[in-house]
Unconditional design. Structure first.
Length: 218
């Protein structure tokens, strides 16, 4: 299921809020956003999928898998924008890595849910979810409209935010009573945490280069 990539050992984060001029942000200024402080495993907007506990796993485990499918699905949409928007080689490689790894992980999560006879979100349900760190409609439209270095800056800023949301979801899972005890979900959640932290460091480094030079080596 999992494809392994070179390990990165340092974690970095980025401030999420940026100033705006007047009432309309410039095309490459990220729309300010704050991480929601919702109750654990209660982030999904709209009708919730069925979720029950079973041998070795809890409702929180099931909700984590269901919700992370929606979270990953948006990251894939974002990654697939890069080739058509003038992104540089380094960002294209990162976007391809995110696309491949998170597609694999969605397949794993769907299988995990089906094997336990739990609700599996279809594409429409996954797209309707709003998990921590996910972009809203305004932010997605801003990313769609951007090109070149402006796209790279927005992509990195928003994908860091997106990954930080996944870290919040993992933390909520581990904080839930008796959750993440089953070996498969424990390994998966741990891998998500490690991989997303590694990628945050990579993206923060790339963003620092853009902010420092105004361009990226291509």
């Amino acid at each position: 299921m999992k494809r392994y990539w070179p390990a990165i050992l340092v974690v970095g984060v980025i401030p999420l809020a940026c100033g705006t001029r007047g009432t309309t942000p410039s095309p490459d200024t990220p729309v300010p956003v704050s991480m929601p402080a919702a109750e654990p495993q209660a982030h999904m907007h709209g009708a919730e999928l069925p979720a029950t506990a079973g041998p070795g796993y809890t409702v929180a485990d099931v909700r984590f898998m269901q919700n992370m499918i929606g979270h990953h699905a948006q990251a894939i949409v974002m990654a697939e924008m890069a080739p058509e928007r003038g992104a540089g080689v380094q960002l294209l490689r990162l976007a391809q890595k995110i696309d491949i790894s998170q597609t694999d992980e969605i397949a794993f999560m769907r299988r995990w849910l089906k094997e336990r006879e739990q609700g599996v979100p279809d594409d429409a349900q996954a797209q309707a979810m709003m998990m921590p760190g996910m972009l809203n409609a305004e932010q997605m439209a801003q990313l769609v409209a951007a090109r070149g270095v402006s796209f790279e800056r927005l992509f990195l800023t928003y994908m860091i935010m997106h990954h930080q949301g996944a870290l919040q979801m993992v933390e909520e899972l581990f904080d839930s009573p008796r959750a993440a005890q089953e070996s498969e979900i424990f390994r998966f959640a741990t891998d998500v945490d490690t991989d997303q932290r590694d990628e945050i460091w990579v993206m923060q480094t790339m963003l620092d280069m853009l902010e420092g030079t105004g361009s990226q080596t291509r």
